[in-house]
Design a protein around this ligand. Structure first.
Ligand SMILES: Nc1nc2c(ncn2[C@@H]2O[C@H](COP(=O)(O)OP(=O)(O)OP(=O)(O)O)[C@@H](O)[C@H]2O)c(=O)[nH]1
Ligand SMILES: [Mg+2]
Length: 328
């Protein structure tokens, strides 16, 4: 217990201990957290109280749902893919989600600010990708439901703070995830026990690269990394490289955009069909309607096909940007 807590802390703590109802406990915990001075010595205490608050809120939400337990950690996937931001406290996960999406998670210089996931939609050209802000990873306790959220993700954005020992931060995050059998895809080859392991594509974001003065930090970070990572220096504060981030997220998601067109009409480039890389004409037909799969006779493709309007079969593999005319 840190010794420099103010007297109000102990007053509120007494009330918290005496509180009976979950609503009272939640109110006291919120007040308690606000009385804690923000510095390193109080990190553990703040993390512990936030965890209790998160559990209480989840429990009371579950009760309201009349038996249906809807966890705050269950985020329904939306858009072309779900990228979950993961990392230690204070690296700027919430700031990145706030800068890139329509969501407004709390950003604060106090560590352990975020206690539950917040999804937001990020526009990447003509598609939307879901970003999910999460509570920080913590060596002593990781919410099991946070791990489930991470396991379900299409992409992990491993965030580090370029100004605060990013190599250690990345190693800690990876070690913690590996202990839970979650391994970034490109470390698959070196994984000693690949059974029962969830492999997820990952991109490292070296945040707080606000201007050229921190480029040297980034270069040193790159040199010190043992493994080859897909990585990008960014800044939530100044917006540096956020456009490149969007592009890289799109690439790492392993998706393609395909446009359908009716015979004799122009394609609608505003609303692509999003498919996994390697998808075929038949997969596209399935996205449109199951009858299309059954009745598909041929398709014509513009784009990566040998010539414009080339007739292809249902097994033809589509590429990013292809325009497809389905004939049934
Ligand atoms: N200079 C600079 N500061 C940043 C940047 N991004 C975030 N910050 C600051 O870093 C602090 C932490 O930001 P948050 O977004 O709350 O960090 P977090 O990773 O969500 O923190 P937790 O919720 O505790 O896990 C805040 O004071 C932000 O203003 C950045 O790109 N550059
Ligand atoms: Mg946060």
């Amino acid at each position: 217990m840190p010794t420099n807590l103010p007297p109000e802390y102990f007053e509120v703590e007494q009330r918290y201990r005496a509180a009976r109802s979950p609503a009272e406990k939640i109110a006291c915990l919120e007040e308690l957290i606000s009385t804690i001075p923000k510095h390193k010595g109080t990190d553990h205490l703040r993390a512990d109280l936030r965890r209790r608050l998160s559990n209480l809120k989840n429990e009371s939400q579950a009760k309201k749902g009349a038996g249906k337990r809807i966890s705050a950690f269950h985020v329904d996937k939306e858009g072309a893919g779900q990228a979950v931001l993961v990392g230690p406290p204070n690296v700027g996960k919430s700031a990145l989600v706030a800068a890139l999406t329509n969501a407004a998670p709390e950003v604060s210089d106090a560590p352990y600010t975020t206690w539950q996931p917040t999804p937001g939609m990020m526009r990447v050209e003509n598609i939307q990708v879901q970003l999910v802000d999460t509570p920080p990873l913590h060596r002593e306790f990781v919410e099991p439901e946070l791990l489930d959220l991470i396991r379900r993700a299409d992409l992990l954005l491993l965030v580090v703070d370029l100004q605060t020992d990013p190599v250690q931060q990345l190693e800690d995050s990876i070690a913690l995830l590996q202990e839970q059998r979650i391994v970034p895809c490109h470390l698959k080859a070196g994984c000693p026990e690949p059974t029962r392991v969830t492999f997820i594509p990952a991109l490292v974001l070296a945040n707080k690269n606000d201007d050229p003065s921190s480029d040297e930090n980034y270069e040193i970070f790159c040199q010190l990394l043992e493994d080859e990572w897909p990585l990008l220096p960014v800044s939530a504060a100044t917006g540096r490289n956020l456009d490149r981030l969007k592009r890289m997220v799109f690439e790492q998601l392993g998706i393609i955009r395909v446009y359908s067109k009716a015979p004799g009409l122009a394609p609608d480039f505003g609303t692509p069909f999003v498919l996994k890389q390697g998808s075929t004409v038949e997969d596209l037909a399935g996205k449109i309607h199951k009858d299309f799969v059954k009745n598909l006779k041929l398709a014509r493709v513009w784009g990566e096909a040998i010539f414009d309007g080339q007739p292809v079969g249902r097994d033809h593999v589509l590429h990013e940007g292809d325009v497809v005319e389905l004939h049934i």
